[in-house]
Design a binder for this molecule. Structure first.
Ligand code: CU
Length: 470
């Protein structure tokens, strides 16, 4: 047992031989009331009412956990429990999370804060909480079996440590991890610097979200936890487009976005219209000499990235994972590619037998986004979202950064669609168009063939069918 453990005599008195200890009934009566959130709305930043001041973050479709001060210690209360998460309007998933939502609430503290985090387990199995990226006593690291006894159902444990280094972190179980993370148990953690920091700039807006993935059959409610690679829902904070809120900023705001990846694959996150710098990871702030401009940054599994940019271009800028299958929602994958296959003749014959038969995707998949296909209950279309010019044909890990001159400082409300200045939208060309000149020569090869083959070979692309998954 370390001496740092006992910030408070009262709690220390009930400590057992392990550092993260079960909390006795007497202490339970003194636990901070757990705050519960039932909506998936993006809540306004939680301005600190006690402790050192800081500029709070905004959790996309989420919220920050309130705390109380107890003799100089910041106390939080997490409740691990089954939750119903609305992943998009009309689509609810039965997940596990914390304090009413998945992901759990964001925890915001200040470098140097002394912390006590109570964790009550209302799950049907034991759990633990690992504080990803933190410097802390080994016994507070939350690895069930290794550094503590797992928290049995119905029990409450306390974790106590000092927030030693500022940065971008997360928390998640380290007990039956495969199940519990597949069910949505995770949350964001910010440690704000205690004073001006050479490598941490002040920003006007600071957004955070976690990347997560689920495998929920169309019409079902509960994720399949055995899935290792073929997930069908790619989400930000357990929301899928068009259920993900836009990131609304004022023109010329300095914007920071922090992203953590708790899926089983990497996600190249791409911003339109601006270049950004990666200013930090879960390892800490990135030295200034090691930053370079990017428009896409890969967030690998178990990693966190914080990006920063000056939002100096007005508009509705797409912001998404660049893996094209991650900007789609649940779909059957066992569909061969029909692009280029002309089935008009076949379709006509089938229509004679089944009048409502329709041919899908012979010109691409965009028609699927536009036609209202009948879907099982509790299922969202594969790609959807109505923009000002029609269907956006996206799903999953997609949102919009809305940059507006008239957005007020500190106002996070959705300003609606961008009103493009006259003459700044791509337009349809009418009238005669000159044939493009084609390059005729056969040059370019350093070792040209001696003799040309009799017949040209033509390849038709057919994407892999059958077990293809995104
Ligand atoms: Cu992705």
């Amino acid at each position: 047992m370390t001496s740092r453990r006992h910030f408070l005599g009262g709690i220390g008195a009930i400590a057992t031989a392990v550092s993260a200890a079960t909390v006795s009934r007497v202490t339970m009566a003194a636990l901070p009331e757990p705050a519960i959130q039932t909506t998936p709305d993006t809540m306004p930043p939680l301005v600190p009412q006690s402790g050192r001041p800081y500029n709070p973050v905004v959790t996309l479709n989420g919220w920050t956990l309130p705390w109380r001060m107890n003799n100089g210690v910041k106390e939080f209360h997490l409740v691990a429990e089954p939750v119903v998460r609305e992943m998009a309007p009309g689509f609810n998933a039965h997940l596990w999370g914390y304090n009413g939502q998945s992901p759990g609430p964001t925890i915001e503290v200040v470098e140097g804060d002394r912390l006590r985090i109570f964790v009550t387990n209302k799950l049907p199995e034991h759990t633990s909480v690992h504080w990803h990226g933190q410097r802390l006593p080994n016994g507070m690291d939350g690895v069930g079996g290794l550094t503590q006894k797992a928290i049995d159902p119905g029990k409450t444990f306390a974790y106590e440590f000092i927030a030693r280094r500022p940065g971008t972190f997360m928390y998640h179980p380290h007990a039956d991890e495969m199940t519990q993370m597949a069910m949505g148990m995770m949350g964001f953690w910010i440690t704000h610097p205690k004073a001006r920091h050479r490598l941490i700039d002040e920003v006007d807006r600071d957004f955070v979200f976690l990347l997560n993935a689920y495998d929920i059959d169309p019409g079902a409610y509960t994720p399949k936890i055995m899935t290792m690679t073929d997930f069908n829902l790619w989400s930000w904070n357990s929301r899928i487009f068009p259920g993900i809120d836009s990131l609304n900023v004022r023109k010329n705001d300095k914007v920071r976005i922090r992203i953590g990846n708790l899926t089983m694959t990497n996600h190249p996150i791409h911003l339109h219209g601006h270049e950004f710098l990666v200013t930090g990871t879960d390892g800490g702030p990135t030295p200034k000499s090691a930053r370079w401009p990017e428009v896409t940054t890969d967030v690998a599994v178990g990693q966190m990235r914080q990006i920063e940019f000056l939002a100096d271009e007005e508009g509705d800028w797409a912001f998404h994972c660049h893996k094209s299958h991650h900007t789609m929602n649940a779909m059957g994958h066992d569909v061969p590619t029909l692009i280029g296959v002309d089935h008009r003749g076949v379709a006509k014959q089938i229509t004679n037998l089944i009048p409502e038969y329709m041919v899908m995707s012979e010109r691409g998949m965009a028609d699927m986004a536009e036609m209202e296909m009948p879907l099982p209950d509790n299922t969202v279309p594969m790609m959807t979202g109505q923009g000002p010019f029609g269907s956006v044909e996206m799903g999953g890990m997609f949102s919009v950064v809305k940059v507006r001159q008239e957005q007020k400082h500190g106002d996070y409300k959705d300003p609606g669609w961008y009103k493009h200045p006259e003459g700044t939208v791509a337009f349809k060309v009418t009238g005669a168009i000159a044939e493009p000149a084609r390059f005729k020569s056969e040059g370019g090869q350093s070792m040209p063939r001696l003799k040309k083959s009799e017949k040209d070979v033509e390849v038709r692309i057919r994407k892999p069918a059958g077990l293809m998954q995104h």
